[in-house]
Design a binder for this molecule. Sequence first.
Ligand code: ADP
Ligand code: ASP
Ligand code: MG
Length: 411
Amino acid sequence: MIVQKYGGTSVGNATRIKRVSRRIAETVRSGHRVVAVVSAMGHTTDRLIGLAHRVSGEPPPRELDMLVANGETITAPLVAMCLQGLGVPAVSLTGPQAGVRTSNHHSRARIREIRPTRILEALDQGQVPVVAGFQGATEDFEITTLGRGGSDTTAVALAAALGAQSCEILTDVDGILTADPRVVPEARLLRHIAYEEILELAAVGARVMHPRAVEIGELYGVPIHVRSSFHRRPGTMIVSEVPMEDRNRVRGVAHELGVAKITVLGVPDRPGVAAAVFEPLSRAGISVDVIVQNVSSQGHTDLTFTVSETEFPQALRLVELAVREVGATGLSQSGGLAKVSVVGTGMLGTPGIAARMFRTLAEAAINIEMISTSEIRITCIVERDRAEAAVRALHAAFKLDQVPTASGAPV
Ligand code: ADP
Ligand code: ASP
Ligand code: MG
């Protein structure tokens, strides 16, 4: 059994839906049982969100989910009817019909459980289940969505729940590249990437995979193959260990626009203050990113962190309350920022990568506002308008366009 997920561009119009259906039909005829997961056509999700904002200043999260889930609900029956026309029995299922149960965090729900009874029934009857990605329902049948790019997560979670042999993510690029090819035309296809590397890349903006999909894939050992829906050449395998020649270096550069920064000023330096600021954000399901706390002077510190611009207004309201509660002196904020990151397991124990990153940005006259690191990632917050220049400069500085040698390319 194989789960195939087709992204928005791949199902963007009638011709493409027919082509995708032929590919599913071929996979079935080659002897596989196939579960298809589909995204909304083309820019449908963006259009629906835009529409919501034209009729409502701040669309209520529940209604927004009711609205945007429809994108996927349209694609699934179109693919199912096309398959039937090709002589392949198929049935479309919404996320809830497919048994996707989620938390109740609208627009960023997490899959709690999958009860795939209907999928298994369809497979038993020789049908291809065509599941609408991105959507699910809570225990109370409230419709939820999994966050932008969440159809990947539907696919990998289904592959895990069904014990599928693999999950194919079929998209509009050749696989996972060293950077977004829209920003860096020389970006190179990576044949293999470690779960932890693509997880870090995805978490800091590489749109090609939804981070939660990678997490679930690693947890349940689902082999994930990210490849083009437009041709048959192999793409990128996400694996536990990358081959020797791919270690020992930076593997990719990612960027994310739409970052905002909040600073809580004059925070009293005592236990429990950071918790009081971050707990309300966590309860609201807002993820906080790069966090920096200054060295205390005269019993007070400043606490700065980033959130995504879409969650900025809500985060500000919650932090304003916390500021009063903890007795901080004030708040400063700015939007229009971006995150630029370099990632690679080879960074572990390789000195000089941070220095090279900072030097490269300095030479491009790009100011670094904040820095954060993990063992295999370095992230800099920069002005949004400079993010793409930063990505191109870093891609060149780390020679990511060159095929690594057997010993791993020097950094
Ligand atoms: P789909 O609709 O198939 O899910 P997405 O738009 O979500 O496709 O993701 C694919 C896009 O991700 C590509 O078109 C590319 O612009 C972008 N992208 C960003 N970083 C990378 C990367 N490192 N490798 C490949 N694609 C990337
Ligand atoms: N349609 C949703 C989005 O645009 C989910 C997806 O494509 O994976 O984010
Ligand atoms: Mg996607």
